[in-house]
Design a protein around this ligand. Structure first.
Ligand SMILES: [Zn+2]
Length: 118
C-alpha cells in the first residue's frame, strides 16, 4: 500500500498537549476526551492519553516472571479526533488567526474562543 500524505495538514491542527475528543472510530471511546501525547504527523495519527487502549501481553521475563498484560495507548487516526473546546463542551473546528505582530493563535470557529498558539 502506498502512503498517502494529507494535504499539508489542512485540517490537522492538533498539537501535543491539546485536549481532543474522539468523534469516530470503532472504540466506544467516541465522546471521550484526552490529552494528546504524541502526533505522528507522517502517518496522520495521534496518541491520546486514555484513548484506544491496546492490551499488550508481556512475556515472562526476569523482571516479571509471570508475564502480564499492560495497557498502552495505540495511535488513532487524526481524523477521528477533534480539538475539544471547553467553552462549547464539544469537538470543534479551529481556525488560525494571525496578529499584526506575527503571533498566530488557534481559535474555536464556533465560539471564537482562543484555543492555543498556532
Ligand atoms: Zn468553542
Amino acid at each position: 500500500m502506498k502512503k498517502r500524505k494529507d494535504k499539508k495538514g489542512a485540517k490537522c491542527r492538533i498539537r501535543r498537549d491539546d485536549i481532543v475528543i474522539a468523534v469516530a472510530g470503532k472504540e466506544k471511546a467516541a465522546g471521550k476526551t484526552g490529552k494528546v501525547l504524541k502526533v505522528i504527523s507522517g502517518k496522520g495519527k495521534v496518541i491520546v492519553q486514555g484513548l484506544n487502549y491496546l492490551k499488550k501481553t508481556l512475556r515472562p521475563s526476569q523482571q516479571s516472571p509471570k508475564g502480564g498484560i499492560i495497557d498502552k495507548e495505540a495511535p488513532i487516526p487524526i481524523s477521528n479526533v477533534m480539538i475539544y473546546c471547553p467553552k462549547c463542551a464539544r469537538g470543534v473546528r479551529v481556525g488560525i488567526r494571525r496578529y499584526e505582530d506575527g503571533t498566530k493563535v488557534r481559535f474555536c470557529k464556533r465560539c471564537d474562543e482562543t484555543i492555543g498558539k498556532a
